[in-house]
Design a protein around this ligand. Structure first.
Ligand SMILES: [Zn+2]
Length: 473
């Protein structure tokens, strides 16, 4: 059954549209998956009425980079980024990731997506490149099951690593696939799941993991497949890999991607903190976007993305929580504020001013939609998808903040779970509860799976000892 909803007399509806409109003391009507009207004194027949008297209403957040499968390797004090560079860290952490199985993918997806929804995120992109041979190929299928159970709008990035270790890859061989295997599975997933229509809930992205762990043809063939099927592409870029790519191919990663055709408005990269000024200009020209994930800058001390320059050049910018191995939580709302704080911290080293606070909210909404190549989500406007979150502002912690609803999630931050999350016209989270699931029951099954796969005595002992040994070496 499709719900019709009338949000009555909302204190503020923050649209995040081009003109930064905010509708005060206004109503919003949802008919099926769509926002059909925003205005004053509206009626909607027998629709469910939500009292908006103390509510701020925002577009649902759009997460543009993540690795759900990493959720089972969190909260480990020995995983210390400050002692490792990215490539060393990848080598270590894969001792655990190669243990992942199909059930792990399902429960880590449920865990990550639940946390995203509770904090106002309505569209999740995941970069799933973990394919240990024993786990089989039906891993994104398990993620689709999880997204459907929670009612989340989901873009699944089918990743891969094709280069074996003997050719210089840092990926364990049991996680390496052939380019043909990868393309065949992308093709299968697109045919089975990709919903091209407006308000599509499931989409597929062709997403080889990263230049250092793939043959060039994995990227060039990805371009051919993705463009023939009209789907987007994604990979990691500008995160410390350039010296390896220069040594191997005689050029930096962005140029390498450009020569292989892996650039354009249907491509976005994760990170980009190592991109040089002229490369930022090139991204602007190519309309290729960046998913900025600030967590690695905090945890690993990596360069702070030059957002003022990206912003001034109108490079498409979105935000991402990043995988759990470099961010132990999955809270995109928190990322909005940490992105802003980090930019303020670096402002003294910039020749351009940082964007106004509300622009950081827009990176997490309209900006994310732009990266995912969607014009039907990311703003609250008539004709757009009914993806939004509501915040009850009548709480002591919000006293003194209500005069600027668009800057509140950025400067003040919304640290608690939101009051309500609506996705595609359906209430999926309300009164602290995820709709249609027994969270406690799923928790038990998920925790049991995590213990079996990662923290069984033999696996964990072996892996931690191995990890410590390699760090000491
Ligand atoms: Zn990543």
């Amino acid at each position: 059954m499709v719900d019709n909803i009338l949000i009555k007399n909302a204190l503020a509806i923050v649209t995040c549209n081009h003109q930064n409109d905010i509708h005060y003391n206004s109503d919003l009507i949802i008919d099926g998956p769509e926002i059909i009207k925003i205005g004053k004194n509206l009626n909607a027949g027998d629709a469910r009425i939500i009292d908006g008297k103390d509510m701020f209403v925002y577009p649902g957040l759009v997460n543009t980079h993540h690795h759900f499968f990493q959720a089972f390797v969190r909260n480990n004090v020995w995983l210390d980024w400050t002692k490792l560079d990215v490539m060393d860290w990848i080598k270590q952490i894969y001792e655990f990731f190669k243990l992942i199985d199909s059930d792990s993918i399902y429960y880590t997806s449920l865990s990550s997506m639940s946390e995203l929804i509770k904090h106002g995120c309505t569209t999740a992109f995941d970069h799933q490149y973990c394919y240990p041979k024993h786990a089989g190929k039906l891993l994104i299928d398990r993620q689709m099951e999880a997204a459907e159970l929670l009612g989340m709008r989901f873009h699944a990035g089918r990743g891969t690593n094709t280069l074996p270790q003997e050719k210089g890859s840092i990926m364990p061989d049991e996680m390496v696939e052939t380019t043909d295997e990868f393309l065949k599975d992308c093709d299968r997933l697109i045919s089975k799941y990709h919903q091209y229509e407006k308000f599509g809930m499931k989409r597929i992205v062709v997403a080889p993991c990263q230049p250092v762990n793939c043959y060039p043809e994995t990227f060039s063939e990805s371009v051919k497949l993705a463009r023939s099927k009209n789907v987007s592409m994604h990979t990691h870029l500008g995160e410390g890999e350039d010296p390896i790519i220069v040594e191997r191919h005689g050029m930096r990663s962005l140029q390498w991607c450009r020569e292989l055709g892996f650039v354009g408005p249907d491509v976005w990269y994760a990170h980009g903190w190592d991109l040089q000024d002229e490369e930022i200009d090139l991204l602007a020209k190519l309309k290729t976007g960046i998913s900025h994930c600030p967590a690695p800058a905090f945890l690993g001390g990596f360069n702070v993305l030059n957002i003022p320059r990206f912003y001034a050049k109108n490079v498409p910018l979105g935000l991402g929580v990043d995988g759990h191995a470099s961010n132990d939580n999955s809270n995109l709302m928190e990322i909005i504020r940490t992105t802003y704080l980090l930019q303020c911290h670096a402002a003294g080293q910039r020749d351009l001013p940082i964007p106004p606070p509300q622009e950081f909210l827009k990176m997490a909404t309209a900006g994310g939609a732009r990266l995912l190549n969607r014009d039907d989500i990311g703003t609250l406007e008539e004709g757009k998808a009914a993806d939004m979150f509501l915040l009850d502002t009548r709480k002591l912690e919000y006293v003194g903040t209500l005069h600027d609803p668009a800057s509140l999630p950025v400067k003040v931050g919304i640290s608690e779970p939101v009051t309500m999350t609506i996705i595609n016209g359906k209430v999926v989270y309300e009164d602290g509860k995820l709709k249609g699931i027994n969270e406690s029951e799923i928790f038990d099954k998920a925790q049991k799976t995590c213990k079996k796969v990662i923290y069984s005595d033999s696996n964990y002992k072996f892996s931690v000892e191995n990890f410590n040994k390699q760090v000491e070496d």
